[in-house]
Design a protein around this ligand. Structure first.
Ligand SMILES: *Cc1c(COP(=O)(O)O)cnc(C)c1O
Length: 457
């Protein structure tokens, strides 16, 4: 069989690794809408953004024109420790499903932080260091981003202060300890260290926190402490840019064997892994060179693309961050307990939001128990224990492969396997014990939050 020429894992040689990130905005006709100042509703200037983010990252955030941005040598050296990540041909899954489809996945879980977030963490820490800053602040929900940032900061000798959503801080002590191994200080949020934390604690005694609230605290801590800046693990244009390393490697690996995918699937929380994976392929679509079916997968409990509004909204609960135009459920929407912590954000990357609104990609939502069924099916044949977030993409890849079985189509499917699930065993336990629920918000609930979106004209 000709196919057997394609190895189980396609790696790249060191000299085949990307030397520049690809900025999909350069090829977009409709650029993502600018971030707005929450007070004046005017586009944020570089100077204003510079109070929160470090200078080189502000430049990347605002750059809608340069298609390629060189990856500094120091970052490429760090990438070499855990990249290239393998592109795996899922022969065993194909066999199990008895599908004529050809399935590939790009596995980003091969580093200690266990996810793709390290790709942007090292870049953001690098530019902070280059600017001579003392440290960075951030929030973390489930803990993957905080872990990745801790690793990057310890490598570069930067201080790292993480506000961790209180419920995760209490329920995921091991993630917290990994961050401390890398020297980060981890504070449960809402804390009594910031004005916004004190306010939220006073208004909601006993609250277990939310991502939006932790973001507000981290931003306040960055603005108040000289020598500190805030960094964010998803949503922002700069994060998508850094994550393009995933897509560039995927494309280089596929090109090596002359493989052209039909479908590209990824889970979408804030949109960074999906945005990174699809960027070079989307570039081809935008330039009229190729066509792909691109699919974002989100949880039915937090359906920003499939049921949200495309509007300006706050990125955080405290309303201190700039406003972003994105598919959103409203900044105080708190999804029901969903075990894919990384997909619980109310909004979506402005770049992906614009591409989706322009009809260049589609989105589907899936229910939690169906996701865990797919996760387990995958683990049993491919060996890797997937993160619940990643398993959203697995679910849809399996569904599509089963459709091919019916139609006889030999589609080539590529999906992003963003990370491993070792810290999510409580979720797997709930699934095994039949205690997982599939709560889906009603239209009335969503309408209530949508009505509170800020009015921008
Ligand atoms: C954070 C995370 C996600 C979701 O974030 P995106 O910005 O949408 O990529 C997905 N998978 C894993 C493993 C994560 O840690």
């Amino acid at each position: 069989m000709a196919e057997n020429k394609i190895p189980y894992k396609i790696y790249l040689e060191e000299d085949e690794m990307p030397k520049a990130w690809y900025n999909v905005r350069a090829d977009m006709k409709n650029k993502p809408a600018p971030l707005l100042n929450p007070g004046t509703h005017q586009p944020m200037t570089a100077e204003e953004l510079g109070g929160v983010f470090c200078a080189d990252l502000v430049a990347q955030e605002l750059d809608n024109d340069n298609a390629y941005i060189e990856i500094p040598q120091e970052i490429r050296d760090f990438y070499k420790m855990y990249r290239p990540s393998p592109l795996v041909r899922a022969y065993c899954l194909e066999e199990k499903l008895q599908t004529p489809a050809k399935i590939y996945y790009k596995f980003e879980g091969n580093n200690t932080s266990g996810s793709h977030k390290l790709n942007s963490a090292i870049a953001q820490a690098y530019y902070a260091k280059k600017q001579g800053l003392k440290g960075v602040t951030t929030e973390t929900g489930a803990g993957q981003w905080g872990t990745a940032l801790s690793m990057a900061c310890s490598y570069l000798g930067l201080d790292c202060k993480v506000y961790m959503v209180k419920v995760s801080y209490e329920q995921k002590p091991f993630r917290r300890e990994v961050m401390r191994v890398y020297g980060a200080s981890v504070t449960p949020s809402p804390s009594m260290e910031t004005e916004i934390g004190k306010k939220i604690n006073a208004e909601h005694p006993g609250t277990t926190g939310s991502l939006g609230c932790a973001i507000s605290e981290a931003v306040e801590a960055a603005v108040k402490n000289p020598g500190y800046r805030y960094v964010l693990g998803s949503v922002l244009n700069q994060v998508l840019l850094h994550q393009s390393v995933i897509g560039l490697e995927t494309k280089a690996a596929l090109d090596k064997y002359g493989i052209k995918p039909d479908m590209i699937i990824g889970c979408a929380g804030g949109g960074s892994n999906l945005g990174g994976l699809i960027s070079p392929f989307m570039g081809e679509i935008l330039r009229g060179e190729a066509d792909y079916d691109i699919v974002a997968v989100e949880p039915a409990s937090c359906p920003s693309f499939t049921r949200g509004k495309f509007a300006y909204d706050f990125c955080d609960t405290g309303m201190v961050c700039p406003l972003a135009k994105m598919y959103t459920l409203g900044s105080d929407f708190i999804p029901s307990a969903n075990h894919a912590g990384g997909l619980r954000y109310h909004g979506m990357s402005p770049v992906l939001s614009q591409l989706y609104d322009d009809g260049l990609m589609r989105a589907v939502s899936v229910e939690q128990t169906k996701v865990f069924e797919a996760a387990e099916q995958f683990a049993r044949v491919e060996g890797i224990l997937p993160a619940p977030e990643s398993s959203h993409a697995i679910r849809v890849a399996i569904d599509e492969a089963l459709k091919c079985k019916e139609t006889g189509e030999e589609k080539t499917i590529v999906f992003g396997l963003t990370g491993t699930g070792y810290f999510d065993m409580v979720a797997y336990e709930k699934f095994h014990d039949g205690k997982m629920d599939d709560y889906i918000p009603t239209d009335e609930e969503l309408a209530k939050y949508a009505a509170k979106l800020p009015k921008i004209d």
